[in-house]
Design a protein around this ligand. Structure first.
Ligand SMILES: Cc1cc2nc3c(=O)[nH]c(=O)nc-3n(C[C@H](O)[C@H](O)[C@H](O)COP(=O)(O)OP(=O)(O)OC[C@H]3O[C@@H](n4cnc5c(N)ncnc54)[C@H](O)[C@@H]3O)c2cc1C
Length: 486
């Protein structure tokens, strides 16, 4: 057989494997990317080919395009990768969850036929998602990239920045605006780099070194069929496109924290302080408990996303729940990396330490509360969403009754009455966090019930979530103490 025929056969075999065998293959391919040994530098094309050859892109691609079309496997692939190397998992999640999913969900047949087979091949290109601009991150109203109709298609002009895979991705999903007749329309386009997508500056990011970032100047003409029908052209109808990346973070967090919990404990057992192991110190044990609890919570969030959501379908109805998943999972990633680094002492501040990966874990996880929608904004949106649905009753009464949070309120004895007041912007951000942690407490109950998990493990995780909610109450008091005239 020729090499090309071999490759076709291997893809066909991968596409038809049972899930467990398929995921085992990804696990085997991930070993060489282990964070303890894999260099912190841009992922070389041959290493991306090793991942695509193992099938990391197949779950997002429909069966009729040579893929596996599987929501559960999209989650499992990034979870498995995140346990080995968080940055490699993010690289994959960007291509699948952020860039290819919109093509699969909204592109017409002509664009799908043009693009998707490239990604089903064993040596596949990469793709990115271009929304953020130098003057427009959290608020889409600041978008300046424009589109206009020209003969045969659309011309898109503008500047984006901070895109993952800025200089290396061959295909892009780009958002632009058109202002006319006093109104604004948002348009989404599938753009090939050669259409006029140029990286004019490279950024040096603090972590996630396998991914390249930069400034991207766009002056592209794309054929008409490459406009994708994401929504009615207004902000509210295109929420779905931003939700898949946030939902996938639960799987990333679950894999990442499984490893951190395991390695933090092993480090603390192996390291001697005087005649005793580090883990004999009470406060070190408390830090280890916090990391274990974070892993448990993220396992519960991952269970929720896997069993209750479907990344291949419309995620809009799950908007508030996905905001909560993103807020809690990312805050726990950052706080756990901090615990791990602290208890690894000076060795935890050393890149390439032979005893731990704490420095890299810290740098790679830090940005999670910022990107994919900064957590502060997501908190505000979550609180506003709940307020809008509770006219005539208090927020605490709404949360005690609302399906995503209700079970946690009596089960964990939560008193959320501190939320029942006039909520200024700063209160909304904090209230959103309290709602997110209440949601997570309900997911821990659900996960424990459905997975038969150890009840004590669930109880301990819930105790940490309760403390997080209490901290929001204390911050409300602090805001009052600091208010002018108080
Ligand atoms: C490593 C990395 C990868 C990224 N990948 C991509 C990508 O692939 N594609 C892409 O398009 N973009 C990407 N981004 C951009 C990212 O999504 C934005 O940085 C993010 O949305 C925040 O926008 P901004 O940087 O403009 O911050 P700003 O909008 O300037 O906000 C700065 C800070 O202000 C505060 N803030 C803002 N709004 C509120 C609010 N309502 N309440 C309280 N506080 C608030 C928050 O603390 C926020 O972090 C990436 C960024 C990074 C750093």
């Amino acid at each position: 057989m020729t090499e090309a025929a071999d490759a076709r056969t291997s893809v066909a075999v991968l596409a038809s494997l049972p899930t467990e065998e398929f995921v085992a293959g990804i696990e085997a391919a991930a070993v060489r990317f282990d964070a303890a040994t894999y260099p912190q530098r841009e992922l070389p094309a041959r290493d991306w080919a090793a991942l695509t050859g193992a099938g990391v892109l197949l779950p997002v691609l429909p069966v009729e395009y040579g893929g596996r079309g599987s929501h559960v496997e999209m989650c499992r692939v990034v979870e498995v990768l995140a346990e080995r190397n968080l940055a490699v998992a993010v690289h994959t999640a960007i291509v699948t969850g952020l860039a290819l999913r919109p093509v699969v969900r909204w592109a017409g047949e002509e664009t799908k036929r043009e693009v998707l087979p490239l990604f089903a091949a064993p040596v596949a290109p990469t793709a990115g998602f271009a929304s953020t601009e130098p003057g427009c991150g959290s608020a889409m109203s600041g978008l300046t990239t424009t589109f206009e109709e020209v003969e045969g298609g659309y011309r898109i002009r503008g500047r984006k920045h901070w895109q993952a895979l800025s200089a290396t991705a061959s295909w892009w999903v780009v958002v632009a605006k058109r202002d006319r007749d006093g109104g604004r329309e948002y348009g989404w386009f599938v753009v090939e780099r050669g259409d006029g997508f140029r990286t004019s500056e490279r950024y040096e990011a603090l972590g996630l070194k396998v991914i390249d970032y930069g400034v991207n100047d766009i002056d592209a003409i794309v054929p008409a069929h490459r406009r994708i029908d994401v929504g009615a052209g207004d902000l509210s109808s295109m929420v779905d496109i931003y939700l898949s990346g946030r939902a996938l973070i639960s799987a990333l967090a679950c894999g990442f924290l499984r490893r951190l919990a395991r390695e933090a404990r092993a480090y603390a057992d192996a390291r001697r302080v005087g005649r005793s192991p580090l883990s004999a110190i009470g406060f070190v044990r408390h830090r280890l408990e916090a990391v274990d609890a974070a892993h448990t919570v993220c396992a519960a969030l991952d269970h929720y996303v896997r069993t209750r959501l479907d990344l291949t379908a419309d995620l809009t109805p799950a908007f508030p729940c996905i905001q909560a998943v993103k807020i809690v999972a990312t805050e726990l990633m950052v706080s756990s990396a901090n615990h791990y680094q602290q208890l690894a002492g000076g060795e935890g501040y050393r890149n390439g330490s032979p005893t731990n990966i704490a420095a890299q874990a810290f740098l790679d996880s830090r940005v999670f509360t910022v990107f994919d929608g900064t957590n502060d904004l997501l908190g505000q949106q979550l609180a506003q969403h709940c307020l809008d649905r509770s006219p005539g009753r208090s927020l605490s009464a709404f949360l005690a009754d609302w399906e995503p949070t209700a079970p946690a309120v009596p089960a964990h004895g939560l008193d959320l009455r501190f939320l029942d007041r006039e909520l200024a912007q700063e209160h909304l951000v904090l209230a959103g966090r309290a709602i997110a942690y209440t949601f997570a407490a309900a997911r821990v109950l659900q996960w424990a019930r459905e997975s038969g998990a150890d009840a004590d493990r669930a109880r301990r995780a819930a105790a940490f979530l309760r403390a997080d909610i209490d901290r929001v109450r204390v911050e409300f008091d602090l805001l009052d103490d600091l208010a002018p005239g108080s």
